[in-house]
Structure formats: C-alpha cells, structure tokens
Ligand binder design. Structure first.
Ligand code: OOG
Ligand code: MG
Length: 262
C-alpha cells in the first residue's frame, strides 16, 4: 500500500460523495500518482463499508472491461471488478432518473446467478458453469464519477468500476442449455439497434469473466457467495443515454429486458 489509512478513507468519502451528489471529478491518480492496486481496492472496499453502514445490502458483483470493445473504448488493457448493492437495482421496465446520475451509459451484459459459492485460485469456465444456477440478460447503467469518463485502471477500481444501476430480466436459462459464446445480443435505443455482438466478445466466453473474478477474490481470501448475481461485462461499447431514451436488450434464446430514462 502506498497510501495511508486516512487518505484511503478521505478518497472513499470524496468519490462516494461525487456519486451521491452526481458531481464529476478529475481522476484521483492525478493527485495521488503513486496509488497502487491494493490502495485502489481498499478505497472501493471503504465505499462499500460506508454503504453497508447506512443499511445497504450486497446483492452481487461485477466484472468490467472484459471485452476488447470496452477496453478499446476506455483505453485500458485489463478487466476490473466491483460490487453491486441493492440501491443499484432497477426493476424490469422501470424508469431511471438521470438527474441522479452524471453521464449515464448502458452496456449489454450476460448476468450469472450462482447456485453455489465459487472460490479461486484455479477457477475455470467449467467450475463456473457447474456453480451457476441460471444466466439471463442484464443491462448495466455505468456512470463514471470521472470527468468525461477519463480514467486509468486504478482510478476506476477505486470508483467501484463506474457502477450505478442495473436491471436483469428476460428469460433465465440453465447454463448448459445455451452456448454462451455464440449467443447473439442486440441493444436497442429508442427502437433502433445501436450495438450488436456475441457472447464470445467477453474474454472468449462470458464464464471466463466469472472465473477471473473468483480468482481475483481468491487472491484476497474472498469468494463469490452462493446466490450472487454477477454482471460479466459489456459485450460491446457502452452507449450514452439521456432523459427520454428507452433501451432494450435482446439476447438470443433469453428474451429481452428494458429500461426507461427520465
Ligand atoms: C468501467 C466499467 C466497465 C463493463 O462492463 O465493461 C464495465 C467503465 O467503462 O466506466 O462495467
Ligand atoms: Mg458493465
């Protein structure tokens, strides 16, 4: 760790306040260039503790920057991991209030719901599929607290990987009833297709993102709990949305899920 405990707590409070007040900020590595990976995850963990102390519940986890399209769009080379709490949940067809957000974008994702806990190291696609109860379409609404979505990996980890809202829905299916590599996805904004892809865009197989997450947590002595919902990462580039937009994600064989922005 390069930062002391007091600095970690200050940065967590600062970043969480940016989220709660929908205010953007330059990336925190501008002022703390020697921040390391442990510091970045410690800031993220401190933000989580702040939310838990106010009564939030963890409902799941997310992997981000798992497709080349996303890595290229954001100018980074590695996936990152974050948490999902109940206050991020949006129900199918519900309205997202853009006044609570800075500059929201939507991402088409495959969500995994775990039947069993999963612990790395050594976790692989087979172990993920064996531990998965079902998979379903999910739309993640990301909202980087960094000005113009300009960040490096450590800054985005500290900011809980831009997590803001998500919806899951459609037709859940068992993981052995679908080839998650070839499954087609279409993201529509206001009725027009705006992003198209297939599951293999995410690390060759979306379950690989879950395995990476389990291995990442295993290195930190943690595991993916049974019952978690996990977003495996945007299949395509994220698409900016504004009040008045409606967004639908269609996943082959898994129905559709949608959101409205007001
Ligand atoms: C970071 C979060 C990326 C994904 O699915 O790739 C993410 C960002 O791009 O702001 O959630
Ligand atoms: Mg995402």
């Amino acid at each position: 760790m390069a930062l002391n405990q007091q600095t970690i707590e200050q940065l967590a409070e600062y970043l969480e306040n940016c989220q709660l007040q929908a205010k953007d900020t330059p990336k925190i590595t501008d002022t703390h260039p020697d921040m390391d990976w442990d510091d970045a995850y410690a800031i993220q963990d401190t933000i989580l503790q702040r939310k838990l102390s106010r009564g939030a519940r963890v409902v799941g986890l997310k992997a981000g920057l798992t497709s080349h399209a996303k890595m290229r769009q954001m100018g980074v080379t590695d996936p990152v991991f974050g948490f999902l709490v109940d206050e991020y949940i949006v129900n199918e067809g519900d309205t997202v209030n853009t006044a609570e957000l800075i500059h929201p974008k939507v991402e088409p994702e495959i969500a995994f719901v775990m039947k069993h806990a999963l612990k790395g190291p050594g976790c692989h696609i087979g172990a993920v599929l064996a531990a998965t109860d079902f998979v379903m379409p999910g739309i993640e609404v990301i909202d980087s607290r960094y000005r113009d979505f300009k960040f490096d990996l450590k800054s985005v980890v500290a900011d809980n990987t831009s997590a803001a809202r998500f919806v899951v829905g459609g037709q859940p299916v068992r993981p052995d009833s679908v080839d998650l590599r070839t499954v087609g996805i279409v993201l529509e904004k206001n009725g027009e297709p705006v992003a198209l892809g297939a599951g293999a865009a995410v690390l060759g197989h979306p379950a690989a993102a879950i395995a990476m997450l389990a291995n990442h947590l295993g290195r930190r002595g943690q595991e993916i709990p049974a019952g978690s919902v996990i977003l495996s990462g945007g299949v395509t580039e994220a698409v900016a949305v504004a009040a008045g937009d409606n967004v639908t994600l269609r996943v082959q064989g898994m129905g559709s899920v949608g959101l409205i922005f007001a």
